[in-house]
Design a protein around this ligand. Sequence first.
Ligand SMILES: Cc1cc2nc3c(=O)[nH]c(=O)nc-3n(C[C@H](O)[C@H](O)[C@H](O)COP(=O)(O)OP(=O)(O)OC[C@H]3O[C@@H](n4cnc5c(N)ncnc54)[C@H](O)[C@@H]3O)c2cc1C
Length: 413
Amino acid sequence: MLAQLIIFGKVVVILVQQSWIRLRSQLTSIVHRFTYQLDDQPKNIVIVGASFAGYHAARCLANSIPSGHRVVVIEKNSHFQLTWVLPRFCNVDGHDEKAFIPYGSYIHGPPGSWSWICDTVESIIPDGRGGKVHLASGDSIPYEYLILATGASAGLPSRVCQTDKDTGMKALAHQRERIREAQDIVVVGGGPAGIELAADAKALFPEKQVTLIHSRKALLNDGFGMKLHQAICDEMGSLGVNLVLGEKPVIPDGTMGDIKLRGGDTIHFDCLIKCVGQTPNSNLVHFLSTETFTPSGHIRVKPSLQVLDDAFPQIYAAGDVIEAGPIKNARSAVQQAQVVADNIICNIRGQRQIEYRQQWWEGTTKLTLGTAKSVVYITDHSVEVLFSTRRQRVELDSAMVWKYLGVNPYVSC
Ligand SMILES: Cc1cc2nc3c(=O)[nH]c(=O)nc-3n(C[C@H](O)[C@H](O)[C@H](O)COP(=O)(O)OP(=O)(O)OC[C@H]3O[C@@H](n4cnc5c(N)ncnc54)[C@H](O)[C@@H]3O)c2cc1C
């Protein structure tokens, strides 16, 4: 009990610190509005990707870059795509639009301090002091500094995989139809996306067989303790989800079939949903030394979040594309983006770089376990705290994220 009180106390301190950082950046941005001056030929800080990492870096920089520089954001999606609600919307109809948040309102920099390009970066050509990015439209944009915030790729329910909202909504509807028509649903991968999708499917369609297969004996990855694993197993048990742990079976091709387990059992499926292996989008910087990439393709970075290749000090990276610790989530991506923005300003001013170290509280996690229950998990690696809540909206926390990104929920849906 005392340990839990201590951890709650620590969380309160973090919340106060974060509120102070937000207030300070708002004050800085007011001063910046009066001091930033337009330049005929500004030097570009190009940000590739505007999800949690890139969008936040753009906001921080547009509010504080010295005159003579500007931010150029290049994002291929028409809308900010909110991953958190995708497992839910793969099951529940009528809320799809809430996963697509209009871009723009999160960045408040003075006129000329930033610009937005909706396009795909196809290649990056570095030169000694910066480089150029080439876009699918045929344009090319020079940069002095580059921030790679390209995240990771996966199919639904982890990523939408479509660049415009209408096609993205159709993809969600298609996934729902597959689940609705199936009798035997098999979800492969016991990370957050697989757990949430399987629990929702069973809660909504108790008459269907739902099986969740995970390669390890414990659900989730090493960043989470056994207390959370046990709570998920208990809830899956009461929902009636069939959990298969410690199995990495060969997955047959086709829309239906049988999966053979090591012990000889087989599991029939007529709907298979893969929630395994998000691939980091690091191929744009293939020119970095091979040691800069982990075997999984994540980019190794210095504590300053510059890529771990001394030949390219102008290239920074943040979010799911980098290897910076066991936690990969939006909270971490935002913290990293803040450090990247601060370090680029320090670099322009000739000041020392600050260092990013992943903090325990960045791993705080909220998981839905069916349509009626969520659990919140906090650990400082010595104590695990877990509490559950039964009060959740169908569309989960999407309104909160809309507001956080400066948009009235759900105006201009
Ligand atoms: C189902 C699910 C639920 C989750 N729930 C939570 C949660 O509750 N809380 C939490 O903190 N985290 C959660 N996460 C994790 C969180 O979504 C990710 O950590 C976060 O999205 C990472 O942000 P990112 O900016 O690094 O990359 P991404 O979100 O992967 O975005 C990368 C961006 O880069 C763009 N891009 C990529 N390549 C190019 C290119 N060549 N040209 C132009 N643009 C490009 C993409 O279009 C995209 O917008 C969840 C993840 C999943 C899958």
